[in-house]
Ligand binder design. Structure first.
Ligand code: FES
Length: 116
């Protein structure tokens, strides 16, 4: 049974959980990436899609390219701290370049969005 969610629950700009995947709608284009942020494992299915179509982590706002799974902007904080972290942000982004999110195709099938 493929992982899927009703398309009606996934309007443009939203992200939802489908099993192990964070599935989102990037302006009408669906995507699926693994759910755990490469920083401190926040659930990316609780994130959002920004104006550039990047997936934004709900905890410290690291940003991901959903086509490659690559972190394109490092976290803005760590643990409970939210704010500038010079050096640290670049460090996390550097290792997340190697440890990318897993990426799957997500396609509309009838009334559902299915992770392939
Ligand atoms: S857990 Fe995602 S940016 Fe910190």
């Amino acid at each position: 049974m493929p992982e899927q969610i009703p398309a009606a629950d996934l309007p443009p700009g939203t992200v939802r959980r489908a099993g192990d995947w964070a599935v989102g709608n990037r302006d009408g284009e669906y995507f699926a990436v693994s759910r755990r942020c490469r920083h401190q494992l926040a659930d990316l299915s609780e994130g959002s899609v920004d104006a550039d179509g990047c997936l934004v982590c709900p905890w410290h706002q690291a940003r991901y390219d959903v086509r490659s799974g690559r972190m394109v902007q490092g976290p803005r904080g760590f643990l409970g701290w939210h704010g500038p972290t010079p050096g640290y942000t670049q460090f996390v982004r550097a290792y997340a370049r190697v440890l990318r999110l897993r990426v799957r195709r997500a396609l509309r099938r009838g009334d559902a969005v299915v992770v392939e």
